[in-house]
Design a binder for this molecule. Structure first.
Ligand SMILES: [Zn+2]
Length: 109
């Protein structure tokens, strides 16, 4: 784990491979749990189980590609709501999306 940028409003941490694998299992685990739970749903399980397995693979790969963790304490540049949270990103421009309005935000330096 390597700190790339550290200011009083933003902290950017480079994730190790182990942390990326843990994040991948957390994300995939949610969808695999939904796939297992949907086995009990009559008829719909023919659609739901493959759907959730596919989503587990897709979002698992997306999560593994995220190699930096951005902790921000600033307001969204679009909706002005506070962004006091952690965001995973794989973008070297340190761009992440607001959880409220999905607008792209850049880290203020
Ligand atoms: Zn926003």
């Amino acid at each position: 784990m390597e700190t790339l940028l550290n200011s009083n409003i933003t902290n950017i941490i480079k994730l190790s491979t182990k942390q990326r694998v843990v994040n991948t299992f957390k994300t995939s685990g949610v969808f695999l749990s939904l796939a297992i739970a949907s086995i009990a749903v009559p008829l719909l399980h023919f659609i739901l189980v493959p759907l959730f397995i596919g989503m587990a693979l897709y979002f698992g790969i997306k999560t593994y590609e995220c190699d930096i963790l951005i902790s921000v304490h600033q307001n969204c540049q679009s909706c002005e709501k506070p962004l006091d949270s952690n965001y995973l990103s794989n973008n070297q421009n340190y761009v992440f999306r607001c959880k409220n309005c999905l607008a792209k935000n850049e880290v203020k330096k």
